[in-house]
Design a protein around this ligand. Sequence first.
Ligand code: NDP
Length: 442
Amino acid sequence: MGATDADSAKKKEMVHSPILTYFSVITLLSTCPPFVILLWYTMVHLDGSLLHTFNYLMEHGFEGFVNIWPKPTAIAWKIIACYGLFEAALQLWLPGKTVEGPISPTGNRPIYKANGVAAYVVTLITYISLWWFGIFNPTVVYDHLGEIYSALIFGSFVFCIFLYIKGHVAPSSTDSGSSGNIIFDFYWGMELYPRIGKNFDIKVFTNCRFGMMSWAVLAVTYCIKQYERDGKVADSMAVSTLLMLVYITKFFWWEAGYWNTMDIAHDRAGFYICWGCLVWVPSIYTSPGMYLVNHPVNLGAQLAISILIAGILCIYINYDCDRQRQEFRRTNGKSLVWGKAPSKIVASYTTTKGETKTSLLLTSGWWGLSRHFHYVPEIMAAFFWTVPALFDNFLPYFYFVFLTILLFDRAKRDDDRCRSKYGKYWKTYCNKVPYRIIPGIY
Ligand code: NDP
């Protein structure tokens, strides 16, 4: 496959119009970094109240905002470097089964080492042991959180420039190419599977081992901070943290499945996905816990347990949706779905090399309710690990609202991509399963 084919394949697979891309680039670049800082400042210093932040900004203007933006200090860089190097070493050296990713648009099949659960367990045990044995106190992370976010914002931007240059001068595979527009290349990325050497997969690092892992590490950090300050952990904090940890455990348990999803198999390594995983996940995804540190609500056993059970149920259903689809594909449509033989569509498509291939589309079970039903329990789970904060402030619900918008946009992007990949077969699927996300409604 020549570079020109790869380039045209890339142009073909771009699902957002140029205007929308320019709009997203400008919006994300200009609003996300300040938002991360404002969110942290509001949570940690202004009681989680948007009104207080608004009043502060009204009173002090732009200069006031510049004053609250923390400098990326040496300690922040040190914490990030130690964490990043530790995770990279675990990714490279912990043992794991070799697994194959899905066939790429140019017909490659990436190979991975599935050692996510081991890395997750080693990370949490190491982190908690460092605290327990008095070697490193996680409250240091909380106390320097603003500086850490500030360093991540700048560091990740530079990292995305590195990805852009690498995509041009040293792509790791034929699944790479330029759209001919520097902004699009930087923003949407150039390489689908960038690697350092043969084995170090950059997207596994940014999305899973740095981003998702930092979520677990920070959730634990917030608990420890509250415990060290108050001598106990409020039940609201315990429920929220437990639910997040169950969700992240599920993620690493299913990590090899994640390598088949849009983030890895379709979205290229650029600012959109990598900056998001390196900055947005550690700051915004963890924000309900960040809020609860200073708002130790007491829910009472009955409410706390009810929220916990409802949240676990949602996480389980979300997992089961992903599992059902992946088992169905893995067994070539032979797995039972809800105890019955699955109903399916055999969809053929043409790769960019011109080869005809087939994929199976599941049309029963969760995948017969709507085409992206799995987003419903995903969104509900986020609600349940936020609701322990009750309703004094809107800000802890920001992640829940953001996720809802993200997944509704993602469902559309995925539908558009599948329509162009499968043509009439996707149309048949849409006729059979007419709702996109919420059965009977949307
Ligand atoms: P999916 O796992 O839904 O994968 C989408 C792909 O699955 C499609 O592109 C298509 O790929 C294939 N597919 C679509 N319909 C069918 C079908 N009926 N039968 C078989 N295969 C089908 O994508 P996501 O990456 O969106 O979601 C993965 C998980 O990650 C979900 O649990 C989701 O909730 C979660 N998630 C969480 C986010 C967060 O920020 N918290 C963000 C995004 C996702 P193909 O080309 O192979 O046919």
